[in-house]
Design a protein around this ligand. Structure first.
Ligand SMILES: *[C@@H]1O[C@H](CO)[C@@H](O)[C@H](O)[C@H]1NC(C)=O
Ligand SMILES: *[C@@H]1O[C@H](CO)[C@@H](O)[C@H](O)[C@H]1NC(C)=O
Ligand SMILES: *[C@@H]1O[C@H](CO)[C@@H](O)[C@H](O)[C@H]1NC(C)=O
Ligand SMILES: *[C@@H]1O[C@H](CO)[C@@H](O)[C@H](O)[C@H]1NC(C)=O
Ligand SMILES: *[C@@H]1O[C@H](CO)[C@@H](O)[C@H](O)[C@H]1NC(C)=O
Length: 518
């Protein structure tokens, strides 16, 4: 017992705490991004309760209690979310509205579920609440349990969360991931214009509408005395973001914001036998093709020419491993279609030549850590800018899904594999991505325990979110300075013009008179 205590004091640096982690987004990639953190915290002796849509269901993790919210996926299906998001004919505004409506329905279902109601009205206590920084609603739990709050994002966090930490959100330097930018370093006038107005509209909408509405909705669950959500969010002690400068535009970050990129990258595990056989036999190399967990076969076929892709695949001199939830009537000999596979271990296989991906942040990081070049076919959201960044960095090629036919697809695949520069860049980037003094998981655990130990991190609070906008933009200072300059200039002008005309009159009078003809 003594030894245990010592080891906790020495190595854990925080007493065994009770942590509530809330990961409400019904998207596999959002969930796997944090699972290692929940696991690690529980293994370090903390009692971790996780509200999640994808429970790990690992009985050996005795300190991890999971509240299963997998029913949230049904609501996504009802809205047919992914096909709306990947439809280019729908405007950004409409998409945003739909995502908000759907997220609120999901949130309602989650908050009114028996397990969450029990948590809300029970007598459990927590020392820390960690909430996915996506929709702010769930942050109300930090107020309910009167404890510090940490936000965590599986990609770069949205503007309002950076605002909370006082990190600058300059629309030209770090445009919102939903604003498509071809090249961050040479952002065009049109992109800057769009980004500026997007940021303006987003801010007005978020701060003046979304937070207010959210507050009204949440009162039903948290009681009438719930303070404004913005005030709860502003109390956030720390923010963990997946925004590595190799993959996202550079942004100055305050010490309350920690980059935890590649948090989800796990230890190698052996591949299932059948898959291992197929890949081991691919002596010429193989291509791994997956557009992520959200893109189902019907969305593929609606958004791109899947038959042309299959024909092109049949003609490349490589094996192809295709993650797809359907079977073709006739699959070419070199192609293997599977519904599920351990992606990280496939990317680790020595025979891999190319990863054809939609460009989700997690997938790109898995590719780069394994030094695999990419062929990006972005589908929605941040994927366009993620892929653009990879193209800019030189480790891959982008393909516009609406332009795909057999020839373009085959040509792009062959080029990405046979031009050595793509693999070389992926190699260089991978080496840089790995080269860090601490692992992301270590950093996340360290700062989580830091917040527990010190009961928050008030000294890391930025005063930016407490400032009115005119003070931040120094409008009062600029206006006063300009006014002073104008007044001084006016006075100077008046005085000088008087003096000059006086001198002119006095000294040059004779001369002037003389100069006058009679
Ligand atoms: C659970 O937590 C206790 C301390 O609270 C610790 O001694 C134990 O090793 C943990 N067990 C597991 C499986 O993580
Ligand atoms: C369950 O967790 C333990 C401890 O981290 C790990 O060793 C084991 O591989 C996990 N099992 C599965 C099926 O993931
Ligand atoms: C915020 O919303 C309120 C009503 O919803 C409106 O009266 C006010 O003008 C809005 N303010 C801004 C800055 O948009
Ligand atoms: C913010 O944190 C402080 C200190 O932990 C606490 O007293 C206050 O009630 C919190 N405010 C909100 C709105 O949660
Ligand atoms: C894609 O859709 C077309 C018709 O819209 C159909 O003929 C074709 O078989 C579909 N392809 C696949 C692979 O499902």
């Amino acid at each position: 017992m003594y030894q245990l205590l010592v080891s906790i004091l020495l190595f854990h640096d925080a007493y065994a705490a009770s942590i509530l982690a809330i990961s409400p987004s019904a998207s596999f990639s959002h969930q796997v991004a944090f699972q290692p953190l929940w696991r690690e915290l529980s293994l370090r002796g903390h009692q971790v309760t996780v509200m999640t849509t994808d429970p790990q269901k690992n009985d050996s993790l005795t300190n991890l209690t999971e509240i299963d919210m997998s029913y949230s996926y049904e609501i996504l299906k009802k809205y047919d979310m992914v096909s709306v998001l990947s439809d280019d004919r729908t405007g950004l505004r409409e998409k945003g509205k739909m995502v908000l409506r759907m997220s609120r329905e999901v949130q309602d279902a989650q908050l009114s579920s028996d397990a969450v109601q029990k948590l809300l009205h029970g007598n459990m206590n927590f020392d820390l609440v960690i909430v996915e920084a996506q929709l702010p609603g769930m942050m109300a739990f930090a107020w309910r349990f009167k404890c510090p709050l940490i936000g965590i994002a599986s990609m770069d966090a949205a503007m309002q969360f950076h605002d909370t930490m006082g990190n600058p959100c300059h629309p030209v330097i770090t445009p919102d991931p939903n604003v498509r930018v071809e090249d961050y370093q040479h952002i065009t006038f049109k992109e800057r214009l769009i980004s500026f107005f997007f940021a303006l509209a987003y801010k007005l909408l978020i701060y003046n509408k979304t937070y207010r509405e959210e507050h009204e909705l949440l009162k039903k669950y948290f009681g009438e005395d719930l303070p404004p959500i913005w005030n709860i969010q502003r109390n956030m002690s720390m923010l963990f973001v997946n925004a590595h400068p190799l993959f996202s535009p550079m942004r100055p970050l305050n010490p309350n914001t920690i980059i935890v990129s590649g948090l989800h990258i796990g230890k190698p595990k052996p591949l299932p036998k059948e898959l291992a056989d197929f890949l081991d036999k691919a002596k010429q190399g193989f291509i791994y093709f997956s557009l992520g967990s959200n893109i189902r076969a019907d969305i593929y076929n609606r958004t791109m020419n899947i038959d042309a892709i299959l024909e092109a695949m049949a003609e490349v001199p490589y094996k192809v491993l295709w993650k797809l939830d359907m079977e073709f009537a006739k699959t070419p000999n070199n192609v293997k279609v599977v519904k599920w596979l351990p992606q990280q271990d496939v990317l680790r296989h020595p025979n891999i030549k190319l990863f054809i991906t939609q460009g989700g942040m997690q997938s790109l990081q898995e590719a780069i850590i394994n030094k695999v070049p990419i062929l990006g076919i972005p589908m929605f959201g941040d994927q366009f800018n993620n892929v653009n960044m990879m193209v800019k960095r030189g480790c891959g090629i982008k393909l516009d899904r609406s332009l795909i036919d057999k020839q373009t697809f085959k040509k792009a695949v062959i080029e990405a594999i046979e031009e050595p520069r793509y693999r070389q860049k992926a190699q260089e980037m991978g080496e840089m991505f790995e080269d860090e003094p601490t692992l992301s998981l270590q950093r996340a655990v360290y700062w989580t325990e830091y917040v527990i130990k010190h009961k928050g991190a008030p000294h890391l609070t930025s005063n930016v979110p407490y400032m009115p906008f005119w003070m931040y933009y120094m409008l009062d200072v600029i206006v006063s300075a300009l006014t002073a300059i104008v007044i001084v200039a006016a006075v100077l002008y008046l005085v000088l013009s008087r003096i000059i005309s006086f001198i002119l009159c006095k000294c040059f009078r004779n001369y002037l008179y003389k100069a006058k003809p009679d």
